[in-house]
Design a protein. Structure first.
Length: 117
């Protein structure tokens, strides 16, 4: 088995859109985990994604776990790239776009914020 998965050209082109969000060492891990997420037929765990990508025997599991726990990358940058791809693919140019935002993951505190403490 090759140390990196062989991916279709269209999938590689899609993943390449995210290249600037990651360092040279974290981008291959992102590609493998994303491929495994799509290919996984069981639970979407880190181990399941490695199995789905066919990388469970080629890489140590710690490499994938470190991607989430210690690697330097910004989920906001990834989200913006994904949003741009979705809009470019699904929305006609010049069409209005309604965006709903969930800010529940942001910290809310202060005297005037209901329920915050």
């Amino acid at each position: 088995m090759s140390p990196t998965p062989t991916l279709p050209a269209t999938w590689q082109a899609l993943l390449a859109e995210f290249r600037r969000c990651f360092s040279s060492s974290t981008f291959p891990v992102f590609c493998a985990l994303t491929t495994g997420l799509v290919a996984c037929t069981r639970l979407r765990t880190i181990t399941g994604m490695l199995i789905g990508a066919g990388m469970n025997m080629a890489w140590r599991h710690e490499r994938a776990h470190r991607f989430f726990s210690r690697a330097v990358w910004c989920i906001d940058h990834v989200g913006l790239v994904l949003a741009r791809l979705i809009v470019a693919t699904l929305v006609e140019e010049g069409a209005p776009l309604l965006v709903a935002v969930d800010d529940s993951v942001n910290r809310h505190s202060g005297k005037k914020v209901h329920g915050a403490f």
